[in-house]
Structures are given as structure tokens and as C-alpha cells.
Design a protein around this ligand. Structure first.
Ligand SMILES: Cc1cc2nc3c(=O)[nH]c(=O)nc-3n(C[C@H](O)[C@H](O)[C@H](O)COP(=O)(O)OP(=O)(O)OC[C@H]3O[C@@H](n4cnc5c(N)ncnc54)[C@H](O)[C@@H]3O)c2cc1C
Length: 498
């Protein structure tokens, strides 16, 4: 870090001088080489969102360093707010960028300890810099597995869960059983379930009284320095059944898939890809692609994949069904099918082959070279609602010329996480494809929310939607009262969901 001038008295110092002085003290806590100030921003982001002005970046390596840094900011009441990220792979929603200008960024990728793992007990204690690849590798060959996402293997388990990310088994928040949090005044607390060093206690998130873990998810109430994460029992056998259907069958085919989910024929998150999204998975041109995972004992897997095949044929909604692509090396999509099955089995591909097929770039170069946006609404799981979502995507294509990828992630029999992606050439935001993609994104917000399909994650340019979407009576005011009570000087950035 460049040598910073000492600030004068608190009253005399300008806000910027005071901030620099606090950062100089932070440098004494974390080491001068782990504070950057001034910075010209966090660099490009793959969404081509406007780069926010950032006052400085602090890269602590331990929870105690985070605690002391937050304490410094709390004591000085600077005008800057703290924005934390874990590994910063929030591509399409803003990457590492804070939603507000003028933040000091806490890059927590250096907190990368797997503090403890208990395979028999089914839990791990991990810090924000621990990637899904690292934790999964540790579990290889064991009786437990991690619920992994389809993002890069090198993204954070904690960061994804804190934004309510979606894994292949279920939404990641369901795996968060406890959080270690630095509160805005610098106090470090632990909420939810934590291992007892003297005896084995059941892994149970809620404890007695109000359940506190969820208070810190999509939240501006603290900085998370570690989490206890559930490890899932590893199935003895697993298979992914692949099906195709024509776009004019969206309603009938998805209604049939919904029936399978409701009747327990599928395990984990059923994924339904439109023609664009299916491209990376070797989908048939002009067809939707469905991945249905079945697992359990080998006999259960045989029985369920057989039943699914019979049901698919009987429904007449599908053009193809196959359950052997991953075991037959001569099958057309053998490699892809193997990678997909491994991911469902908790084994993220460290080479990121499927990720790169979707983004066209390795994760490490995505922010510099790629163009990619996400829109993430929830849609009721019914054939009619998913057919309507399909129509809205078509409308956006006609209006903007942008062909969106869509993945319907079934989060159970009632709700679908509708992942809308746009890949675009990295040209000027005001014109060209990037500009059209951003206008399409605005349109997606309008059209989907108009239909009642409300987003569950926001990007940094659409934070106003948090206030525009329906909430329970008094809920927003109560959340503001909580924020004011816990963080009266607004030390932690409001973030995307305030
Ligand atoms: C091709 C592709 C596929 C993808 N597939 C998926 C998928 O299957 N499922 C999915 O959910 N996402 C997916 N994503 C989106 C994204 O890449 C992942 O959600 C990724 O895990 C987020 O990056 P991260 O883990 O580094 O989290 P970060 O970017 O570090 O964190 C995400 C946000 O959480 C908050 N946060 C993080 N850490 C902390 C902390 N310690 N304390 C307080 N707040 C914190 C911050 O607001 C931060 O912006 C995909 C993206 C692409 C490009």
C-alpha cells in the first residue's frame, strides 16, 4: 500500500482524510500489502454494469482481522460503507461490484480455511474463500457430498449461499446451518448450529427462539466470516435421464415433469433448458432439453429411470428420452452427460468445461473479456406458467433481437427458479449488442414482474426493484428498523436488497 498521510484531529479532517487514516490503521491490522487505496474501481465486470467508485480495497486473511477492520470503521464513523464479497464470482449480477458508489471493499477470498469437517456428522465449517472445488475434493470417496452449483468450480460455497444461490440438489441456503458474523460494531457472533467440541449435537439450523441464520442472507446486517455447511449423504448410484421436447410442447411437457417431481420420481433440481441454454449441453437444435436426476440404491435408480422412460413415452410430449448417455462411450453426448452426472453427485469439474461452453471464456478472464447478464425470477411450477414465461422470452427476442437462454430449475413441485441469461458482444453499452442486452434486461424486469414472476436475486443496476416488489405488510419498514438498530451509523453497505 502507498504510505498514507496521518489524519489530523477528527473534527478537522475532511471525510476523505479520515477515511485514508482509517485505511492506514486497517493496513496495520492486515498488512500494508493487503490494502489498496486509492483505487480506480474494481476493474471491468462481465455484465458491463457501470463500475462503481470504490475508495479502497482491504484483503483480510482471518476473521479476527475482519472484526478489527469493521471495528475501525465503526469507531470512526466514516462516510464510506463496507461491501464484502467472498470470491467475487457474482457474474451477470455485478461480479465484485458494490451496488453503491464510495464503498470500501472487503475482499474475503483470503479467508480460505476449511476449519473443520465431520463426514459422519454431515457438516463442514468453511470460510468465504473456500471454493466448491476444494470442499468437494476433500469429500471424494466419502459417504458425504456437497450440493454444488453449475457455476465455476472455483466460486465460493459461502458467497453463493449468502445470495440464495441454487445448487443441483436444492437452493444453497438450505445447506447453511450456522454463520459466524462480524456485526457493524465489530462484535463477532455465531448464529444457528455450531459444532460442540465436547459432544455430538444434531445439526439443526433454527435453535430455540427466532431463527437468526436467514437474517444474514441477502442482508446488510453483518459480514460473514465462516459458515457451517451441511454435507449431504452420497447416493450409492445416480443417473441423469435426458429428454427433449419441441417448444410448442412447453406447457404439456413441463406439466408432465411437474407431475414427476410431485410424485417423487426425481431427485435434486430438475433442469429444463430452452434451445439456447441447451446448446452447452449438446441439446438437439430447436428443442428443449430436460435433465432429471434419479439416485439412491442401484435398484432404485434402475426402477426410477425405467418408470420415467415409460411415463415420457406415454405422455407423447417428448421427442426423445435417454438414460444411458453417461455409461455408453459411443453415445452422442457422452462427455457432457458424464460431467452433468458428476455435478449432481457433488463433483464440480475443476476444468470448468461446461461453464466455459456457456460463457465462452474461462472464469479467470470472464470479467475482462466476456459479456453476460442474468435475470432471475421465480415462476409457479405449472405448465401454463412456464409456457407464459416462454412467451415473454419470445416477446423480448422480438422487441430487442436478443435470444435469451432460459433454464427452469425446479425447486420442488411448486416453484421454479427461471434463470434467464444473455450472452453478448462486449461493445459500447449505449449502442450495439451490449446496449440491446441491457434494454432487454430492463424489459424482462417489467414483463416478468407484471405477470407476478418476481425476481429472487437482483443485479446492481436494479436494486430499486427491492422496494417496488410486494412485501408483507410492514415488512420493509421492519427490516429498516432492524438495520437502523443493528447498524445505526451505516457501516455496512446497503447492498442490492435494502
Ligand atoms: C455460466 C454460469 C453459471 C452459473 N450457475 C449458477 C448456478 O448454478 N447457481 C447459482 O446460484 N449461481 C450460478 N451462477 C452465478 C454465480 O456465478 C454464482 O452464484 C457464484 O457462486 C457467485 O460468486 P461467488 O460464490 O464468488 O460469490 P460472491 O460474488 O463472493 O458473493 C455473492 C454476493 O454475496 C454477498 N456476500 C458474499 N460474501 C459475503 C460475506 N462473506 N459477507 C456478507 N456478504 C457476502 C455479496 O453481496 C456478494 O455480492 C452462474 C454464473 C455463470 C456465469
Amino acid at each position: 500500500m502507498t504510505v498514507l498521510p496521518e489524519a489530523g484531529t477528527r473534527r478537522e479532517a475532511s471525510a476523505a482524510d479520515r477515511l485514508r487514516a482509517v485505511l492506514a490503521r486497517a493496513a496495520q491490522v492486515v498488512g500494508a500489502d493487503r490494502v489498496t487505496c486509492p483505487v480506480t474501481g474494481l476493474g471491468p465486470n462481465v455484465g458491463l454494469y457501470r463500475s462503481r467508485s470504490v475508495f479502497g480495497v482491504v484483503r483480510p486473511h482471518t476473521a479476527e482481522e475482519v472484526r478489527r477492520v469493521v471495528e475501525l470503521f465503526a469507531a470512526e464513523e466514516t462516510t464510506a460503507v463496507l461491501h464484502a464479497f467472498s470470491t467475487g464470482g457474482n457474474w451477470g449480477l455485478g461480479s465484485r461490484e458494490p451496488a453503491q458508489d464510495g464503498a470500501v471493499v472487503l475482499d474475503l477470498s483470503g479467508l480460505d480455511q476449511i476449519r473443520d469437517v465431520d463426514v459422519a456428522g454431515g457438516w463442514a465449517v468453511v470460510e468465504p474463500g473456500v471454493t466448491q472445488a476444494r470442499l468437494a475434493r476433500l469429500l471424494e470417496g466419502s459417504e458425504r457430498m456437497l450440493n454444488v452449483t453449475a457455476s465455476s468450480a472455483h466460486t465460493s460455497v459461502v458467497g453463493n449461499a449468502l445470495d440464495r444461490g441454487v445448487g443441483l440438489r436444492h437452493q444453497r441456503v438450505e445447506d447453511l446451518t450456522g454463520l459466524e458474523v462480524v456485526l457493524p460494531d465489530g462484535e463477532l457472533i455465531r448464529v444457528g448450529w455450531w459444532p460442540d467440541p465436547d459432544r455430538a449435537t444434531p445439526v439443526y439450523t433454527h435453535g430455540l427462539g427466532p431463527s437468526l441464520v436467514q437474517l444474514f442472507v441477502q442482508s446488510a446486517l453483518g459480514v460473514v466470516t465462516a459458515a457451517t455447511v451441511r454435507l449431504l449423504p452420497r447416493p450409492e448410484a445416480l443417473r441423469v435421464v435426458r429428454l427433449n421436447f419441441a417448444p410448442d410442447q412447453v406447457e404439456a411437457a413441463t406439466a408432465e415433469v411437474r407431475r414427476w417431481v410431485a410424485q417423487g420420481l426425481a431427485r435434486g433440481v430438475v433442469k429444463i433448458y430452452n434451445e439456447v441454454a441447451a446448446g452447452a449441453y449438446g441439446g438437439e437444435p430447436g428443442r428443449y432439453l430436460v435433465h432429471v436426476c434419479v439416485d439412491g440404491t442401484p435398484e432404485v435408480v434402475d426402477a426410477l429411470s425405467g418408470i420415467l422412460t415409460v411415463e415420457a413415452v406415454r405422455s407423447r410430449a417428448f421427442t426423445a428420452v435417454s438414460d444411458f448417455d453417461a455409461v455408453d462411450p459411443s453415445a452422442a453426448h457422452h462427455d457432457v452427460a458424464v460431467r452433468v452426472e458428476r455435478a449432481y453427485a457433488g463433483d464440480p469439474d475443476p476444468t470448468d468445461a461446461l461453464f466455459e461452453a456457456k460463457t465462452g471464456r474461462p472464469a479467470a478472464r470472464l470479467d475482462e473479456e466476456g459479456g453476460f447478464l442474468f435475470f432471475l425470477p421465480l415462476v409457479p411450477f405449472s405448465g401454463a406458467a412456464l409456457a407464459r414465461a416462454h412467451e415473454l422470452i419470445e416477446q423480448v427476442r422480438v422487441e430487442s433481437g436478443i435470444r435469451c437462454g432460459v433454464t427452469f430449475n425446479a425447486l420442488g413441485a411448486d416453484v421454479v427458479d427461471c434463470v434467464v441469461t444473455m450472452r453478448f458482444a462486449r461493445d459500447a453499452r449505449d449502442g450495439g449488442e451490449a446496449g440491446r442486452a441491457h434494454r432487454a434486461l430492463d424489459r424482462l424486469y417489467e414483463l416478468f414482474t407484471g405477470e407476478g414472476f418476481i425476481p429472487y436475486r437482483l443485479d446492481i443496476d436494479h436494486t430499486d426493484w427491492a422496494g417496488r416488489l410486494p412485501a408483507g405488510t410492514g415488512a420493509r419498514a421492519f427490516a429498516r428498523r432492524l438495520k437502523d438498530a443493528v447498524d445505526p451509523h451505516h457501516v455496512i453497505a446497503a447492498g442490492r436488497y435494502a
